[in-house]
Write a protein that binds this ligand. Structure first.
Ligand SMILES: O=P(O)(O)OC[C@H]1O[C@](O)(CO)[C@@H](O)[C@@H]1O
Length: 187
C-alpha cells in the first residue's frame, strides 16, 4: 500500500480567501434581505442588486458525520441606523452546533435560543465562537472593512429560516455615535 501526500485547501488569514478546487460561492444581495432591516425606506433606497455578503464554501462531502466549511464575507455598511448583517437562521436539525472563527474586520455575532433569549459576542481576527445546538445565529458588521468569518458546521444541519419569522429579540444600531443593542419584538 502506498501512502499519499495530499494537498489540502488553504485559507489566507489576512483576507479569508480560500485556495481550493471547486469553491462554491453564493452572493446575498440587498434585495434578498426583505424583512431583515427595520428601516424599510432605507432598505428600499439601496439598489436591490447590491451585494451584502458572500459565502464561499469548500466542496465537502454531505451526509451524517460530514462537515461543511464556509467563509462569510460581510461588506461594511448601514441600512438606516442598522449595520449590514446576514439573514440569520436556526439549524433545521436543532441539536447541531457550529463554530465560527473571526478572520478579518470587526463585528458581532448575535445568538438566540429557542426561548428568545439573545446575546452577543464580539467578532475579531482570531475570535472563536462556539454556537451550541438550538441557537440561531446572525453576523453583524459593525466595522468599516469587510468582516470575514470562517464557519464549520455539520452538513446535515440544514437551515431553518421560518422559525425566525418573528425575527430576533435584539437589534444592533448606531445611536448617539455608539454601537448599541436594543431589545425588540421583531428584530
Ligand atoms: O444563511 P444566512 O443566514 O444567510 O447566513 C449565511 C451563514 O450561514 C453559514 O453558511 C452557515 O451557518 C455561514 O457560513 C454564514 O455566515
Amino acid at each position: 500500500m502506498s501512502i499519499t501526500f495530499n494537498k489540502p485547501p488553504s485559507v489566507a488569514f489576512l483576507t479569508g480567501q480560500f485556495t481550493a478546487e471547486n469553491v462554491i460561492k453564493k452572493v446575498t444581495r440587498s434585495g434578498d434581505l426583505s424583512g431583515v432591516f427595520h428601516d424599510i425606506a432605507a432598505w428600499q433606497a439601496i439598489p436591490s442588486d447590491t451585494p451584502i455578503y458572500e459565502v464561499e464554501m469548500l466542496n465537502s462531502l454531505q451526509g451524517e458525520g460530514e462537515l461543511y466549511v464556509g467563509m462569510t464575507h460581510l461588506h461594511p455598511g448601514r441600512v438606516g441606523n442598522e449595520f449590514h448583517m446576514t439573514r440569520g437562521h436556526f439549524h433545521q436539525r436543532r441539536e447541531q452546533g457550529e463554530v465560527y472563527f473571526g478572520i478579518r474586520g470587526s463585528g458581532l455575532l448575535l445568538l438566540q435560543n429557542e426561548h428568545r433569549k439573545a446575546w452577543l459576542e464580539h467578532v475579531s481576527p482570531g475570535s472563536v465562537h462556539i454556537i451550541p445546538g438550538d441557537t440561531a445565529h446572525r453576523l453583524i458588521n459593525t466595522g468599516s472593512e469587510v468582516l470575514s468569518a470562517l464557519a464549520v458546521w455539520p452538513s446535515i444541519a440544514g437551515h431553518d429560516y421560518g422559525s425566525l419569522a418573528q425575527g430576533f429579540a435584539a437589534r444592533v444600531v448606531l445611536q448617539d455615535g455608539k454601537i448599541q443593542a436594543k431589545e425588540v419584538q421583531n428584530g
